[in-house]
Design a protein around this ligand. Structure first.
Ligand code: UDX
Length: 447
């Protein structure tokens, strides 16, 4: 088996996977159809912000082990493994649009060499693999097909991929499953060297290698994300109650999460979850349930709760400053979380739009995501290049992303710039006492 790999799609997952495997003894082609993005990758950079990734891409491109191209013909026929990492945009009904998943599979299959393995990394609804295997068969092809779900988080993509908790590979061809698991063993062997190059902290963590059936692997991915989303919505529902009974949800979750069976992670209450994965995976799982006659009510409740959070935050603000028609409000944070410029389904963007819709003069600022947010914001939301400028003359500040820049905001200076005094911390990152000693009225979510 030759050690040449093609990765279809050079987005967050594809480009990270391609660049890392290029440092683990493989020659990797990364296919990116978008000319502008392709040109950026060819210069040894990513076209999105991801800590540590650029030096890894740069060295791989310079060494010739990573080749960026838009051509299936140049890459696929030489590869023994083809990873599909193409996008799955949202359909208007919230389900995943699988057009790219199927067209990439069909295009690659027409060029793949005998025995090459097709690996699905894009998040797809359970049973999609069966449909792709049927598609291969209807074209007279019989390639081994495996599902290899991706668990990396944006912002910590390199760390997550190098120091994984688990690698899951599912399929009926045991030899193919073993080959793909071995690819990750090669990556694990190279991980400390790569981590040093990327300036990512190394840990001696030993991840699990898990082989499953095809359908289980598909279901593992969405179930893992759905459970994390459920934890967040659980914390947010307790936060709403804490608001009513004058309890502090942070204290509650610190103690609840100290139970090892529960764990503290993903119990941070606030403005709810966003991003390219949780909202889509939750609605995808609900749809898969309904298609199979199973009503995943618990996930419907988690989804509804999450959708209520941006409005809930704005209502809290109104309770303190009154109707918004004559108010000016700054929203600090537009990325769906810190460490990324991604604004897909971002609660910060939703909050800014709710404010503006309610008539508030709205100014927004994000350290990384201003450009990406522009398109999703209502036209009358004004973008500002820095936080202190954004808070000038405002009646209230809403912090909507947990950027370290906002944790360390000079609150005394903010207070001086503002005309009002309200600080609504929608990610619960500021100490109430420090806000109050700066003369601000502190409001958290559930505290
Ligand atoms: C997620 C999964 O964590 C990852 O395993 C999967 O591969 C892709 O989806 P990502 O979307 O990058 O990763 O971000 P994550 O860090 O999981 O955060 C998702 C959203 O939940 C963010 O909006 C974040 O702010 C929010 N969140 C997270 C909370 O509101 N509270 C928490 O306690 C944790």
């Amino acid at each position: 088996m030759n050690k040449t790999i093609t990765v279809l799609g050079a987005g967050y997952v594809g480009l990270t996977t391609a660049a890392l495997l290029a440092h683990a003894g493989y020659k990797v082609y990364a296919i990116e159809p978008n000319k502008k993005r392709l040109d950026v990758i060819k210069t040894g950079k990513s076209f999105f912000f991801e800590e540590g990734l650029d030096p890894v891409i740069k060295q791989a491109i310079d060494s010739g082990n990573l080749i960026a191209t838009d051509s299936y013909e140049e890459s696929v026929p030489h590869s023994s493994i083809v990873f599909s990492c193409v996008g799955t945009p949202d359909n208007p009904d919230g389900s995943s649009n699988l057009t790219y998943v199927f067209s990439a599979a069909e295009q690659a299959a027409s060029l793949m060499q005998e025995g090459a393995i097709y690996v699905q990394k894009s998040t797809v609804p359970v049973r999609t693999g069966e449909r792709i295997i049927e598609l291969f068969k209807s074209n007279g092809k019989n390639f081994p097909y495996v599902s290899n779900p991706e668990f990396l988080r944006e912002g910590t993509a390199l760390y997550d991929t190098l120091f994984f908790d688990r690698v899951v590979v599912g399929g009926s061809d045991k030899k193919a499953v073993t080959t793909i698991l071995d690819t990750y063993r090669d990556l694990e062997a190279a991980r400390d060297t790569i981590a040093a190059l990327a300036n990512v902290q190394s840990t001696p963590r030993k991840g699990k290698y898990i082989a499953t059936s095809l359908n289980s692997a598909e279901l593992i991915k969405v179930s893992a994300n759905a459970f994390l989303a459920l934890k967040i919505s659980f914390a947010n529902s307790i936060a709403k109650l804490a608001d009513k009974v004058d309890a502090d949800v942070v204290e509650v979750m610190d103690a609840v999460g100290a139970d090892e069976r529960i764990g503290r992670a993903f119990l941070n209450a606030g403005r709810g979850y966003g991003g390219g994965c949780f909202p889509k995976d939750v609605s995808g799982l609900i749809s898969s349930g309904l298609e199979n006659g199973i009503d995943l009510e618990v996930m419907q409740a988690a989804q509804a709760l999450n959708r209520s959070m941006p409005g809930y935050v704005v209502e809290k603000l109104k309770n303190h400053i009154g109707e918004l028609g004559d108010k000016k409000v700054a929203v600090l944070g537009l990325a769906f979380k810190s460490g990324t410029s991604d604004v897909r389904k971002s609660p910060g963007v939703a909050i800014a739009n709710v404010l503006s819709h309610a008539g508030a003069q709205t100014v927004a600022h994000d350290p990384q995501a201003n450009d990406e947010a522009k398109e999703d914001l209502r036209r009358d939301v004004v973008l500002s290049d820095n936080a202190l400028q954004a808070v000038q003359d405002v009646d209230a500040i809403i912090i909507a992303t947990e950027w370290p820049e906002f944790t360390s905001l000079d609150l005394v200076e903010c207070k001086e710039q503002m005309r009002g005094t309200v600080l609504l911390d929608a990610v619960n990152i500021i100490e109430k006492a420090s806000a109050e000693s700066a003369g601000l009225q502190y409001i958290g979510v559930g505290r």
